[in-house]
Design a protein. Structure first.
Length: 153
């Protein structure tokens, strides 16, 4: 499934589009490409920078793309930023927190050396900082992520 670097650059730039629907389509295409090959992985540093963006949608896209490229991380870049990544389990925006939690099992699958860090962060998470309706959802996400990770280890 080959795709040119010009197209990948276009998709990466699209992640920052002010039209969130267009940016989401770029995210989905980049996640799909990441399933089958490592060409998106070379933009890892961009994804890591996205974690610090003021826009929660951009942070979410970075989190998801880092996870999607965990299997290609031969340079141990996730290991270098894991603490920053795990902070997003309790992101200011509960939707971003949920997205982070949901993709952690994929990181655990490909980075077994980080499972203890992921477990610890999930167990320390305090969903009580969110509204009542979000507390239940985030608590459920944490339980599900821990179960999925347990099945792998």
């Amino acid at each position: 499934m080959g795709i040119g670097m010009d197209k990948i650059n276009e998709l990466i730039n699209g992640l920052f589009d002010s039209d969130d629907k267009a940016a989401y389509l770029c995210l989905k295409e980049l996640e799909s490409l990441s399933e089958y090959g490592s060409q998106v992985y070379q933009f890892f540093d961009t994804f890591a920078d996205m974690l610090r963006n003021d826009n929660s949608y951009i942070r979410t896209r970075g989190l998801r793309l880092i996870s999607a490229n965990a299997k290609w991380d031969i340079d141990f870049k996730i290991d270098e930023i894991i603490d920053e990544y795990l902070c997003h389990i309790m992101d200011d925006k509960p939707i971003t927190a949920r997205q982070c939690i949901r993709v952690l099992p994929n990181i655990a699958r490909y980075k077994p050396n980080l499972v203890d860090d992921i477990y610890s962060a999930l167990n320390k998470a305090n969903p009580g900082r969110y509204t009542d309706s979000m507390q239940q959802l985030i608590s459920g996400d944490i339980v599900l992520a821990l179960k999925m990770i347990n099945k792998m280890t």
